[in-house]
Structure formats: C-alpha cells, structure tokens
Ligand binder design. Structure first.
Ligand code: FES
Length: 565
C-alpha cells in the first residue's frame, strides 16, 4: 500500500528516528504560533517575501502580504510568510547582480526545507524576480509570482518624470551644464516618488512582463501600479490560486518549457525590454535544462515587431501600459507568433487566457501588429573576433546612424580607469571613436555592474554629443539608452579578446550583419596575449570565492555552474 502523501505542516518532518514524535513536536510549535488544530491541518502556502529597509521598491510589501494571506485563508489554506534576501538595486555594492544567484539559492533551499505545499513569490526590484523564479524552478513545487508593481510617474514642469530613464536624461543635462544645481535637486525628489519598481520598461518591468508571459504570474498582473488597489486584489487572487495549486499542483517545470521560454523571448523583444532580462531568462530556463541561444534570439528578433511605446525607447510609463490594456494587449497582438498551448499558473493555456480577455487597447501605448513601432525586435546579438561567444545591442534604444561603422578604440582598462580619465580634458577622444571598457564582466572584481552605459566624455557632452558607440563586457540598466554593445563574451577578466584591445585599434560594428570585429592581425593579438594575463582573481574565502569559481558567462545566464540542470 502506498504511504499517504504528507501535506501541510506534516511535510518534510525533521528526522529524529521517530516520525510520530517529529509530527507531535511540529504540532507543539504550531501551537506556539497560536494555530488551532484546524488551521494547522490546512495546506500550507509559503509567502517568500523580500521586504527590507534597504529596498524602497518593496515598501508596499506589508499590505501585499496581508492581501495574499487574506486570499489564502479564504480558500482554506494556512499562509506562512518567510523572509529571504532582498536585492535593492541601488543599495548593493559592487552590484546586485553578484547576489542574484545567492538569493536564488536562499529561495530554493527555504522552499525545500520548510513545509509548504505551494509558494507565492513576492518580488519586484530588478534581480529579485529572476532569483525567485530560478529558485522556484529548481525546487519545483507549485509557485506563483507576484510583483510589487511599478511606481507612478510624477509631474514636473509640464512633463512627467520616472525612474530611471529620466534620471539619466536629467543627469546628462546637468553634466552638460544645461541645468542648475537647484534644478537637479528638485528633479531628484520627483524621480522615484512612490512605492514600487522603476516605472519605465527597465529590468524590473521587463521581468514582471516575462513572468506573466511565461505563465508564472496571474493574467493581467504585470503592469498594475504598486499603489493601485488592483494590486491588492491581484495579491488576494494570487493567494487564493496558490491554495488551488497546493491541492491540484501545476509545477514550474510544466510551465517553464522550451515553448514558453520562446514566448517570453518574443515578449522581451516586442516590449523593447531590458538587456538584463535576457541574462535572467537564460538563467531561469537553464535551471530546467532549456538553452537560450543567441543565434535563435536573432531569428526571433527579425520576426518580432516592437509594439510597446514605453521609455526608455518610447514615451510612456508602466502605469500607462496598465491603463492601455496591460500585457494581455501585447500578447493578443503577438498571438500568431506565440505557442498558445503553453499551460499557465492559472490552469488555463495561454490561448484560453487570451480568448477570454477584454479587447480595448490604447493604441498610443500598445501598437497593433500591422502598425508596429519597429518591424524588428529591440535586441540583437553580435558575433565576431571581438565577441566569439556573442554580445548584445539594444538596437531599439540606439542610434541607427551608428550601426554600420568602423571606429578607433579608446580603451579604459577598468571602472577605476574610466572614472579617473573620462572627463579629463586631455583624453584623446572624438565623437567618431568607439569607447571600450574592459574588466567589467561577470568574473571581474566588479561583478558585471550596469556600467556599460559609459558616460559621454565631458568635453564631448558639452559640445553637444549625445551618443557614441560603447563596447564592454558589463551590463546596462534597463532604463538606459544609447548605441551600447554589452555582455561581450568571453569577458576580459578571463582573457577574452576584449582584454587585448589597445588604444587606436580599429573595431568594426555591423548590426545588419550581426558582426563585431577587432581589426587587428592574429599575430599581433598572439603577442598581446603573452603579456596580458587574465585579471580575474579568486578570493580566499566566503561567497566571493564561490562566486569567482562558479559564475558562468553571459550566454549561460551568469548562473553558477553547479545550479544548472
Ligand atoms: Fe528597484 Fe529600479 S531600483 S526597480
């Protein structure tokens, strides 16, 4: 006879050699928490929450946790929230990216170690959603993603401001001497004025959209503003649905499949999403043995139109997308290109979900398939002698006039070198040069920061230069824009060709041919290789050591080698 499956607090008992004693002990401590026998016998819904004083984006979590709990209790479950690592994007040094995998391990292990039948993943700020999805994919119990929602933009002198595309725009004006100290101080108070994640199509908004498109969030929840009461109703609904999932499981491994990952890639392209999201989606998929190929990305990009007019590539904010019809409006336009048979966390297939939805769309924000903003997707991967394993350009945020060029390299060997020399009046640089940043990749000491948006040198900025070709192994904030080539792989710190570039070398970029080439003879490169040892160092102890020994390159999602399937 099969042993009955243990549910709720009877799951995963500590083994003292006497199972009845273990259960008795757990009931005793459930009593310590004040739960009645009836409550303690319910299916348990864990709520993985990442509130933190160091994460202002998550400051609406207390009311969201309350609403999730309300939904769980109403559906007959027992909600138990638990804290996890929180990754506040602007509060982490050297970069939040260094800790995404650590958070994913926290999520995976706490889901496994604690007795829960399903889990609501409550996240939002950039790296938290991928970390939660990576951990949940590995733990593979029923899981539902809820994001905290985007901030609202704020009025300022006849326009609206939102983090952080406008942060960069105004800082650029300030650097160029176009606005005063007083003005930049006033702007600073209006860029991030509510709870929630950055209000443009940055990494957080892109990951929220991907979570919904891949089927891990409830329909219509990605774009609801953090402060809107719809967000609380979404939380309550997520709690209810988590109880249903506890009773009739649909596992992350059933939802995150090759087909749904491809759907998510299409959405990433159609929304003009963040380059970071490509790394994160690759890492999430990799947890289930699914490979995201940069060559396939190019095929998808060539056949996926950009439909959403949001900053940093367009004009609007996430709250406008919610009002315009939400992500469902984008999914419906893309439906002919999507795998509609993918199951979602709601229990419906993607196709069933889209058939049942309202059809009003604000075409100023979400364009129709036949009238796209761009006929091709926002991202392209480049290959060549400078990036044998690939590099990424967000062409929707770049200046097409710079797409087919050969330029002289102006090289910065590290972030410290960049900071020291970029604004020097003596810097030998013109607007036609290509700025190259080395040693800012995943295995570098800086841990792949969002430093790929190299500032325009002060003397050029003051002369009115707004964009230049910039090349690095770093990442770029999803809220940034410019002709910026990122994620060059292999990275400089492990001896990739990027480490061999010298001032004055010629580099050729061709977005149409998907090429990035260093125009230097192989014999010269071989000489340089002899005198350019890899700069990556392995710290003696701690998480830094684990990170340095195990982090993969961008094309493998920068996950740890031992966490992938
Ligand atoms: Fe949290 Fe931008 S800083 S989403």
């Amino acid at each position: 006879m099969d042993t009955p499956k243990k549910v709720g607090l009877a799951r995963g008992l500590t083994n003292y050699g006497d199972a009845d004693f273990s259960l008795y002990l757990r009931r005793t401590f459930a009593k310590a928490a004040g739960y009645s026998n009836e409550m303690a016998s319910r299916p348990v819904v864990g709520i993985a929450q990442s509130a933190s004083g160091f994460n202002p984006c998550h400051r609406n979590f207390p009311e969201l946790v309350d609403a999730i709990k309300r939904g769980v209790l109403a559906a007959g479950g027992l909600p138990l929230d638990f804290p996890t690592i929180s990754l506040g994007e602007t509060f982490l040094n050297p970069t939040s990216m260094k800790f995404r995998n650590l958070m994913s391990m926290d999520i995976e292990e706490m889901i496994r170690a604690q007795p829960m039948d399903s889990v609501v993943l409550l996240g939002g700020c950039d790296k938290s959603v991928p970390a939660q999805l990576m951990g949940a994919a590995s733990a593979d119990i029923p899981a539902i993603q809820l994001v905290c929602g985007p901030m609202l933009p704020m009025p300022y002198q006849g326009e609206r401001l939102g983090a952080c595309t406008d942060c960069r725009r105004f800082w650029g004006k300030f650097r160029a001497g176009e606005i005063s100290n007083e003005a930049i101080n006033e702007v600073e108070g209006k860029l991030a004025a509510t709870a929630g994640t950055c209000g443009v199509m940055g990494t957080a908004s892109t990951m929220a959209s991907i979570a919904e498109a891949i089927g891990m969030s409830l329909p219509g929840t990605a774009a609801i503003p953090a402060v809107h009461s719809d967000r609380l109703r979404a939380a309550e609904a997520s709690g209810r649905r988590a109880v249903e999932l506890a009773l009739n499981p649909i596992l992350p491994s059933q939802i995150i499949t090759e087909k749904s990952v491809e759907n998510a890639l299409r959405i990433l392209l159609a929304i003009g999403g963040s380059t970071n999201a490509l790394i994160h989606l690759t890492a999430i998929a990799g947890r289930l043995g699914i490979k995201v190929s940069l060559k396939r990305l190019n095929e998808l990009s060539d056949t996926t139109p950009v439909l959403v007019d949001l900053k940093p590539t367009g004009q609007h904010y996430m709250s406008d997308l919610h009002a315009a019809g939400g992500l469902g409006a984008v999914l419906r336009e893309l439906a002919p290109l999507l795998h509609l048979d993918c199951i979602t966390v709601s229990g419906e297939t993607l196709g069933e979900r889209l058939t049942g939805e309202a059809t009003w769309v604000d075409r100023a924000v979400v364009r129709s398939f036949d009238d796209p903003i761009n006929a091709q997707g926002g991202l392209a991967s480049l290959f060549g002698s400078l990036a044998p394993n690939g590099a990424i350009i967000k062409r929707s945020a770049a200046d097409p006039k710079l797409f087919e060029r050969t330029g002289r390299a102006v090289v910065f060997s590290s972030l410290a070198d960049l900071a020291e020399r970029i604004d020097s009046p003596d810097l030998d640089v013109t607007a036609d040069d290509f700025m190259v940043l080395q040693n800012a990749g995943p295995r570098s000491a800086s841990g792949m920061p969002e430093a790929g948006y190299l500032p325009i040198p002060l003397k050029l900025a003051k002369a009115g230069v707004k964009d230049m070709v910039r090349i690095s192994d770093a990442r770029m904030s999803g809220t940034a824009y410019g002709t910026i080539v990122l994620h060059v792989s292999p990275e400089a710190a492990i001896g990739g060709p990027l480490s061999l570039v010298r001032n004055g070398d010629m580099i050729r970029i061709s977005v149409s041919e998907r090429r990035l080439d260093l125009l230097v003879d192989e014999s010269d490169l071989a000489q340089r290789r002899l005198v350019t040892p890899p700069s990556a160092v392995v710290p003696k102890r701690g998480y830094g050591r684990l990170y340095a020994q195990s982090t993969l390159q961008a094309e493998d999602g920068c996950d740890f080698d031992f966490l992938r399937e």
